[in-house]
Write a protein that binds this ligand. Structure first.
Ligand SMILES: [Zn+2]
Ligand SMILES: [Zn+2]
Length: 303
């Protein structure tokens, strides 16, 4: 256990962020982060500067420890590395830019064991230099990661500065909300958004579903967390929410907000989402990495 802890910590050692609300991406330092201010009472809210051009990818439910899923994950990593430079489907047009990073919406492991977490780290790395994957990784836990206790969640917290964390890419603000926003997660979100003007474009992501299959029968689905989340997000410019858990590829609306399921490594929905955001537009294209082909797309104007 101690050796494993050292191994994991050494993989994360280069991540210097300590505050959960700190910017965590390598290129986020160009954004003035009002929320990371040093105690000034009259905080200046972060607005938008324009010129946003952000590409990122989203996968889910990597489930290390389930059968030989490590092989599927390794294959997926090579597909993620190769997505930059591909032609988008005709309805979107143009070419996929190099992704800024990879979001993973939980169930990283099958049972939350140390020996399942270690191959996750070995496969996905952290900042795009520790493994085969050539981009930084921003994961959250899922229900499976908690089966053997908080080990995996503690490792995710150590890597990113907290159970919940947030960062900026250009004008876009990302908030990682763990398995799902609990009392602490909702408080984090409220505090985090207090540093942002309402017009700042937001993406949120977590593991559990908001609507549809598997969205009830657990603490998040049966509590009042969703209602409170909707209240906090009222008046905010939420471009989208991503979640896993359903092991599916899909899109729906919840409280007027677009929600996407990126696919899952476990089971058959072998897709990942390729998201491109500019000042004017957001596109999402779904890449099927079994067929090596686009499997659908979505476009909406922003502003
Ligand atoms: Zn799962
Ligand atoms: Zn799950």
């Amino acid at each position: 256990m101690i050796a494993a802890a050292l191994l994991v910590c050494s993989a994360a050692a280069c991540r210097r962020d300590t505050a959960a609300s700190a910017n965590v991406s390598a290129d986020a330092s160009t954004i003035a982060d009002a929320s990371a201010g040093d105690g000034a009472h009259a905080r200046v809210k972060r607005g938008v500067k324009g010129g946003t051009d952000v590409t990122f990818v989203v996968v889910s439910d990597t489930h290390f420890g389930f059968g030989d899923i490590a092989k599927t994950n390794a294959a997926l990593v090579s597909k993620l590395n190769a997505i930059g430079g591909k032609r988008y489907p005709r309805e979107i047009g143009g070419t996929v830019a190099a992704p800024r990073g990879l979001l993973i919406t939980g169930d990283l492991t099958e049972w939350g064991k140390v020996e399942e977490w270690e191959p996750f780290v070995a496969t996905y790395g952290l900042r795009g230099a520790e493994s085969e994957l050539r981009m930084p990784v921003f994961e959250v836990i899922g229900n499976h990661d908690k089966v053997h206790g908080p080990w995996v969640e503690q490792q995710v917290s150590a890597r990113h500065g907290g159970r919940f964390y947030a960062w900026d890419w250009d004008d876009v603000h990302f908030v990682a909300l763990g398995e799902a926003p609990d009392d602490e997660g909702l408080a984090f979100l409220e505090r985090d958004l207090a540093g942002l003007e309402p017009r700042v474009p937001l993406f949120l992501y977590f593991h559990l579903a908001l609507l549809g299959p598997w969205s009830t029968g657990h603490w998040f689905g049966d509590g009042d967390f969703k209602r409170r989340l909707a209240t906090i997000l009222k008046g905010r410019f939420v471009v989208g929410i991503f979640h896993g858990h359903h092991h599916a590829t899909g899109h729906y609306q919840w409280e007027g907000i677009d929600v996407w399921k990126p696919g899952a490594v476990k089971d058959g929905a072998h897709t990942f989402a390729v998201v491109h955001v500019t000042d004017a537009k957001m596109t999402l294209a779904s890449w099927d990495y079994d067929r090596d082909a686009w499997a659908g797309s979505f476009t909406k104007p922003l502003r």
